[in-house]
Design a protein around this ligand. Structure first.
Ligand SMILES: Nc1ncnc2c1ncn2[C@@H]1O[C@H](COP(=O)(O)OP(=O)(O)O)[C@@H](O)[C@H]1O
Ligand SMILES: [Mg+2]
Length: 367
């Protein structure tokens, strides 16, 4: 993806339109596709028909260039495109087992769990691992870290890098940290990120936390719809960027340790269904004394596996020899039952196709 796809290259797009788009922060054909016609209409003031035409043209051009998927494609083409998917090894046996090799590009991985369960440590670890050479399981890429809770710690990066025998200064230089002060700012950072993603060879985008600011700003039932709509926009944008630019994205999401009226089910992600329905992979982190448990909750092609990990100077790490080989499959899968009913799953909502209830509001008491 080294060719620059300039707006001027689009047939029928003259200098006036180009300027209008550039003023709104749309600088390339990629941007047009990532933002989509509805948003283009909103931010440029051009009419919807024109916006749709431009976006469609962009899509066709990039599809012909093989950069993005065609609207109709054969399964073998999809299969080929998926061969481009990169995997970032986590540097641990346990997580590489869970993710079947590592976290994927072109996908959004959601990590949720209660406070202190290791979400931020996991993000820090991946910031280092993505920079490793391809032989060592990395993607030789840089990181965009959207820090909404002021929990990014360069010191942790230094320690993790040293443990992996990497030069800490170089590793730090390759992480671009954007501190988001409110939810609108958080979204803006992402909206403006496309130019640096390309220029700086960003291969991992972290949103830690993706949900916190939205939760803090939209309190009370009356604001739930608005919150979900904005959060929805952020998360979809993140996932479209990951797909378009072939990079990995991690979004963290905190769940309450104790049940309370507002969020009902204690292990239901605060972001509610918006995040769940968008992320390609959802991993639930749970404390278990000093140990931590990670479970693949929702994935198009991974089994519901559970692994034990530890938090250490290396960020997330294997527990020890005994711990790692206990990368166990859910009970039911071991038996010859056809459809495993993972009853041991903590009250986490499984994959569901039902229409999303207002997020955050508890409905069923499952399990
Ligand atoms: N260098 C370290 N060695 C061992 N544990 C650590 C280290 N740094 C942080 N931790 C542990 O990580 C936990 C916090 O994890 P964190 O990723 O910040 O949680 P959260 O899920 O809230 O983001 C704490 O329990 C802390 O003790
Ligand atoms: Mg955190």
């Amino acid at each position: 993806m080294d060719v620059e796809y300039k707006l001027e290259d689009l047939e029928g797009v003259g200098p006036v339109t180009t300027k209008k788009l550039a003023d709104a922060g749309i600088n390339s054909i990629m941007d047009l596709i990532v933002r989509g016609p509805v948003e283009i209409t909103e931010i440029t003031g051009m009419d919807r028909d024109t916006a749709e035409k431009i976006v469609n043209k962009s899509r066709i051009q990039l599809a012909e260039a093989g950069v993005i998927a065609q609207s109709f494609e054969s399964a073998s083409d999809i299969y080929k495109r998926r061969q481009d998917i990169g995997k970032i090894s986590t540097g641990t046996n346990c997580f590489d087992t869970l993710f079947d090799g590592g976290i994927e590009t072109q996908a959004l991985t959601e990590v949720y769990g209660e406070f202190g369960c290791g979400k931020t440590q996991f993000c820090h670890t991946m910031c280092v691992m993505v920079q490793k050479s391809r032989e060592e399981g990395g993607l030789e890429g840089k990181v965009l870290y959207i820090d909404t809770e002021n929990t990014f710690r360069p010191e942790r990066i230094v320690t993790i890098a040293k443990i992996h025998g990497m030069d800490p200064e170089t590793v730090l230089d390759n992480i671009i940290v954007a501190r988001a002060y409110n939810s609108a700012h958080q979204t803006l950072i992402l909206e403006e990120s496309s130019s640096i993603i390309k220029k700086d060879n960003i291969k991992l985008i972290v949103a830690d936390s993706a949900v916190g600011l939205f939760r803090a700003e939209y309190l009370g039932r009356g604001t739930l719809a608005a919150r979900q709509q904005k959060l929805n926009h952020f998360v979809h944008l993140l996932s479209r960027i990951a797909e378009t630019y072939n990079c990995a994205a991690i979004a963290t999401n905190q769940v309450m340790a104790a049940p309370d009226v507002f969020f009902g089910d204690p292990t239901r992600p605060i972001g509610g269904n918006v995040v769940a329905h968008t992320s390609t992979y959802r991993v639930y982190f749970k404390k278990s004394g000093k140990k931590r448990i990670a479970r693949m909750v929702d994935s198009p092609h991974h089994p519901e596996t559970e692994v034990i990990f530890a938090l250490s100077d290396a960020g997330v790490s294997d527990l020890d020899e005994a711990g790692t080989k206990k990368a166990k499959k859910p009970k039911a899968a071991a038996k010859k039952t056809k459809t495993p009913e993972p009853k041991d799953v903590p009250q986490v909502e499984g994959p569901t196709d039902e229409p999303a209830p207002p997020a955050g509001v508890s409905d069923e008491k499952s399990a």
